[in-house]
Design a binder for this molecule. Structure first.
Ligand code: SF4
Ligand code: SF4
Length: 392
């Protein structure tokens, strides 16, 4: 008896009450560790299954030793929420939710990485993680003649904060809006009264800030009568589809690749101009593994004349490897050797594709920045941009 680790039932119960109850289901088989992308990097030994064990023992974040707390904090905030572990787990343990439960406690105590604190505070103060002014939120749509959402619009187009403000990513929102207009889709935008969907802050454990974002957006949706939303980001899509109905049950969400595939099937848009390139598609974790939208992006790409679609061997569809941007990984600055993007880029390069197609603004940013830093000759485009180029 005396050799057993002391249980701290209070810590265990707090984590479980905060949403980490899946930890109880784990029987320590270790398959999650084999699936976790961090363990594909030589430098990292990320023993994911031990989180469940340590929670059950009440042995996580209970130390008073600063170094131990710091080590725990790095590990807890390393998870990018890609769900590769859950996909492989024979008990269906949602490890990213377990880790989110621990994060909620750490965030409440202010014990989380400074880079993330800045993003959370920017989102809280300005309604977006970039800290940009609300008045500029619709600047991307200037000159495109897109109506403010009103009762005659079928869909709200929600561009995501990155395409709304980022100079490069704006092109994705613009291409999307132009395609929707060409297809005669009835849609409008919100502009300055729109907040971030809040996915990233929820994943990082800043639940109170997430609730602020939900409250703000659902009040706006109620006022103007939004029932269907089209999103560019898989993160907004998953959040509107899975999380918002608890607060606003009228909402249905669609990822833009679903709509594009449908519009092509109905011949409302017909890709005609050849796009003579060998293209590889990277499945975003949230769109593919988590939301099961695996074929629609491929259907869109395959409908484009001249485009040759190749796959990353083994690590495609549900087995895609995270670009590293999830759960605010986009705003982390990991040292060399600890970057998931570099690993994924190596896999992409091995396909000999000339162009990398993405369907997520976070993936777009991660890959473009990494490819630039690696001095590589590989173009990155969102599917909306490729599709738009192939339309008359
Ligand atoms: S795969 Fe599931 S059951 Fe096995 S160790 Fe990981 S979390 Fe536990
Ligand atoms: S969600 Fe992804 S990064 Fe997090 S523990 Fe699971 S496999 Fe690893």
């Amino acid at each position: 008896m005396s050799n057993l680790i002391t249980l701290n039932p209070e810590i265990r119960d707090t984590i479980i009450e905060s949403g980490g109850d899946d930890a109880i289901k784990c029987y320590q088989c270790g398959r999650c560790m084999a699936a976790c992308p961090w363990n594909l990097l030589k430098k990292i030994d990320y023993t994911t299954y031990r989180f469940c064990q340590r929670i059950r023992l009440g042995a996580i974040i209970e130390s008073e030793d600063k170094e131990e707390i710091a080590a725990d904090t790095i590990d807890v905030f390393r998870c990018v929420g890609c769900d590769s572990c859950q996909f492989e787990c024979p008990r269906g343990v949602n490890l990213s939710d377990v880790l989110r439960a621990i994060r909620r406690i750490l965030v409440d105590y202010g014990s989380y990485p400074g880079e993330l604190k800045s993003v959370v505070s920017r989102l809280y103060n300005s309604g977006n993680p970039l800290g940009e002014p609300a008045e500029k939120r619709a600047d991307w749509a200037a000159g495109l003649d897109i109506p403010q959402f009103n009762e005659s619009c079928e869909y709200l187009y929600f561009p995501c904060c990155v395409p709304a403000y980022d100079t490069r990513a704006k092109n994705v929102a613009q291409a999307t809006a132009k395609i929707l207009k060409m297809a005669g889709v009835s849609f409008g935008i919100i502009g300055k009264d729109e907040f971030c969907c809040g996915e990233a802050v929820r994943r990082v454990g800043a639940e109170k800030v997430f609730q602020t974002a939900v409250k703000h957006n659902t009040e706006v949706f109620t006022k103007i009568g939004v029932e269907k939303v089209i999103t560019t980001s898989p993160h907004c899509y998953a959040t509107f589809k899975n999380d918002y109905p608890e607060y606003y049950d009228k909402l249905d969400a669609f990822h833009v690749t679903q709509l594009f595939a449908q519009l092509i099937k109905e011949k409302k848009i017909v890709p005609k101009k050849p796009f003579n390139k060998t293209v590889v598609y990277h499945d975003p974790c949230t769109l593919g593994r988590q939301m099961k939208i695996l074929e629609e992006p491929r259907e869109v790409l395959k409908s484009i004349p001249g485009l040759k679609l190749v796959e990353i061997p083994t690590f495609n569809r549900e087995y895609s490897v995270c670009c590293g941007a999830g759960a605010m990984g986009l705003w982390r600055d990991w040292p060399q050797g600890e970057r998931l993007t570099n690993f994924r880029v190596e896999q992409i390069l091995n396909t000999n594709a000339e162009l990398l197609a993405v369907a997520c603004p976070y993936c777009l940013q991660m890959f473009e920045e990494t490819i630039k830093s690696m001095n590589l000759d590989l173009q990155v485009m969102d599917i909306a941009e490729i599709l738009f180029e192939s339309l008359d």
